[in-house]
Write a protein that binds this ligand. Structure first.
Ligand code: FES
Ligand code: FES
Length: 158
């Protein structure tokens, strides 16, 4: 089988699997990285959200063959190291606002939030309710009000 190579949380990884295996299953089943979660498998729930070169994407929807050897994939496990701190400001805000309930959706929520805040900051403006309305991550526990408050708080610290 072909070998696929990319940078995962700052370290090069090589995986031997078929071209059409989606990245989520490469992470979960072949690399033992369990932060990205399987919810729907069809690009709807966003539980599997990670970053590719700093942008949020659904790992359940991308075959590993589409990942280039130079691509930097960041999962929730590598998020804090990306800012050189014990916790990323968004993770700290999640604790401060006691966001999680069952927790299943939360890695994806946080990865989406980080990318969203960065995108808005690059435009030189503050996070608005309209920005938060664009987030499509599903939370079956209904933690949305706390997610919104934590994102607004974290955005002032990034
Ligand atoms: S598992 Fe990827 S979007 Fe639902
Ligand atoms: S915290 Fe339970 S699904 Fe979001």
């Amino acid at each position: 089988m072909p070998v696929h190579s990319f940078i995962l949380n700052g370290k090069r990884v090589n995986v031997d699997c078929a071209d059409d295996v989606r990245l989520l299953w490469v992470l979960n089943d072949l690399l033992g990285v369990y932060g990205p979660k399987y919810g729907c498998g069809v690009g709807v729930c966003q539980a599997c959200t990670c970053h590719i070169n700093g942008k949020a994407f659904n790992t359940c929807s991308v075959p590993v063959s589409q990942i280039k050897s130079t691509d930097q994939i960041t999962t929730i496990e590598g998020l804090a190291a990306s800012v050189g701190k014990p916790l990323h400001p968004v993770q700290q805000a999640w604790l401060d606002y006691d966001v999680a309930q069952c927790g299943y959706c939360q890695p994806g929520q946080i990865m989406t939030a980080v990318a969203k805040i960065k995108q808005i900051k690059a435009q030189g403006r503050a996070v608005t309710d309209a920005d938060l309305d664009e987030i499509r991550n599903v939370c079956r526990c209904g933690t949305y009000p706390r997610i919104r408050a934590a994102i607004k708080a974290a955005s002032t610290k990034m």
